[in-house]
Design a binder for this molecule. Structure first.
Ligand code: MG
Length: 229
């Protein structure tokens, strides 16, 4: 059995900045500012990390922000419902074909490992025509600010759900940023990196993932890599 934990943005789908728009909206609603959101690099970071960074940069205290995190997530998801259908959100190359193959297999549990909150994740996927119901477990930004804590959470949830004993050894983390590769290492999982997001294959190669792809469109090679080791 293999547990496959997929990142969302840049890996499964491209949201064309629509995710950033929902965050800016929520922060402006609740705090009157979204801080330096235009120039902030969100790559591989969890939503709570991003929110704290943006708001503390303009003088807010973490103690003022943290109690409002769940409210922020609610607003982001609600805003996403409104605007995502009007944005050009789509699955990354090869994702529909890959998911069609993976969901046919009984030796795979599909899951998510993402910096998005649990509220936003399904809204984003659905807007890009990826069925959120395909993913049986998830570890989300709303679970931990530090992405490196998410593999343990995802693995525990998969074990509870299936009764199977997943460890890092039979878990694969698929993502588009150096942070995804480091997170796989933190969870002792296999790291599969894909350059369908904002990082080039050259940049990703420097972090020495176990497998590296330009995109996930060669279904057969990708499935082979996901099931290797
Ligand atoms: Mg990503």
């Amino acid at each position: 059995m293999k547990l496959l934990l997929f990142d969302i943005d840049g890996t499964l789908i491209r949201s064309q900045g629509a995710g950033r728009e929902t965050l800016a909206y929520a922060l402006e609603q609740l705090f009157g500012t979204a801080g330096p959101i235009a120039e902030y690099n969100m790559s591989g970071k969890t939503d709570p990390r991003i929110i704290l960074d943006l708001l503390t940069a303009v003088g807010l205290q973490a103690e003022e922000v943290t109690p409002k995190l769940s409210q922020i997530y609610e607003l982001m998801a609600a805003r996403g419902h409104e605007i995502f259908p009007h944005r050009d959100m789509h699955a990354c190359p090869g994702i529909p074909e890959l998911l069609a193959v993976l969901t046919q297999r009984s030796d795979i549990v599909l899951g998510l490992l993402t910096g998005n909150s649990q509220k936003t994740a399904p809204v984003k996927l659905a807007a890009a025509a990826v069925d959120p119901g395909l993913f049986k477990v998830g570890a989300y930004g709303s679970d931990a600010m530090d992405r490196n804590q998410l593999p343990t959470i995802g693995i525990e949830r998969a074990n509870q759900l299936t009764g199977y004993e997943f460890t890092g050894y039979n878990t694969v983390i698929i993502g588009d940023t150096p942070a995804d590769i480091l997170c796989a290492r933190a969870g002792r999982a296999t790291a599969v990196a894909v350059a369908s997001g904002w990082h080039s294959i050259t940049t990703l190669a420097k972090y020495q993932p176990d497998h590296l792809f330009e995109n996930l469109s060669d279904t057969q090679s990708v499935v082979q890599a996901l099931l290797a080791t």
